[in-house]
Design a binder for this molecule. Structure first.
Ligand code: ATP
Ligand code: MG
Length: 270
């Protein structure tokens, strides 16, 4: 039975509205929540909305924002103050090697958790990473937005619809239609690290690179110790990338050690 959650929401503050979905901040049972409300009656959008809630409910890890409540029209999440990684980069410019690798490590720990549960996120990018409390640290990472994700065992193929990932962060095989490949998330994590260090993603003409028209990548940013992991994660062929999120994290940890930085904690997302 669907319930009318609207009646339980107080102090509603609209944030955005597009694609048939309204996002708001509100109070729900004494807690500040982030609310997504489906406004559209399109069966395609309804199915994708339910799918987003189901996938996000499957995962439970401190580095991922899971829903408090899912109904056919509403998704309620704990509100995470601090803004997105994108907002942070826009506000203060590129991150140094320490913060950039800390944040990427948090994204990889969340990805490892997802992949172990048969979920690929497929839309990892700075807009979909919240930094709790505004800190650019591993512990502060909160991955959001399962609107593009793929979950093994869930029947629905939601990806034939209109929503496309951002080309800059999308792996070439994902662009060609392949779904459910965990190493696509590693490519996105590589672009995210690149963007954190450089202040811009690697390909100005991302669509041209995705389509195989050119290989004109910007110079690898940051210290040389990070170039191996960047080069590997950004490989066109998934076989050229690290085999898993854990392996990419190990490369990041080695790079941090070479830079004299302490290892990031790895026990945050069991
Ligand atoms: N739990 C949360 N707490 C605080 N802010 C959030 C939360 N979840 C999402 N946001 C904010 O809302 C934005 C949109 O959320 P989300 O990425 O889940 O939706 P979306 O489908 O990508 O919508 P959009 O196309 O507007 O980005 C995020 O980029 C972030 O700024
Ligand atoms: Mg998003």
């Amino acid at each position: 039975m669907s319930r009318d959650v609207s009646a339980e929401l107080q102090a509603r503050q609209p944030l955005t509205e597009h694609g048939g979905v309204r996002c708001e901040q509100a109070l729900w049972r004494g807690q500040t929540v982030f609310v997504k409300t489906l406004l559209s009656d399109s069966p395609d959008l309804q199915a994708r909305f339910v799918h987003e809630g189901e996938v996000a409910t499957r995962v439970a890890c401190p580095l991922i924002v899971s829903p408090l409540l899912c109904t056919p029209r509403h998704l309620l999440f704990p509100f995470v103050p601090g803004g997105t990684l994108r907002e942070r980069l826009d506000r203060s410019g590129p991150l140094g090697a320490d913060e950039a690798t800390q944040v990427t490590a948090g994204v990889l720990l969340a990805a490892a958790h997802l992949h172990a549960r048969g979920v690929t996120h497929q839309d990892l990018k700075p807009e979909n990473v919240l930094l709790a409390g505004g800190q650019a640290s591993t512990q502060s990472v909160r991955v959001i937005d399962f609107g593009m994700s793929h979950a093994r065992g869930l029947p629905l193929d939601i990806h034939s619809g209109t929503r496309m990932g951002t080309p800059h962060f999308m792996a070439p095989e994902q662009f060609l239609g392949l779904r459910g490949e965990p190493r696509s998330d590693l490519y996105s994590a590589g672009v995210l690290l690149f963007d954190c260090l450089a202040g811009a993603p690697p390909y100005e003409d991302a669509l041209g690179w995705l389509a195989g028209v050119h290989d004109r990548r910007a110079a690898l940013p940051g210290p040389a110790a990070l170039h191996e992991v960047l080069r590997a994660a950004l490989g066109r062929d998934p076989d050229d990338r690290p085999a898993s999120a854990a392996q990419m994290l190990a490369l990041l940890q080695s790079a941090r050690a070479a830079l004299g930085l302490a290892p990031v904690p790895e026990d945050l997302c069991p």
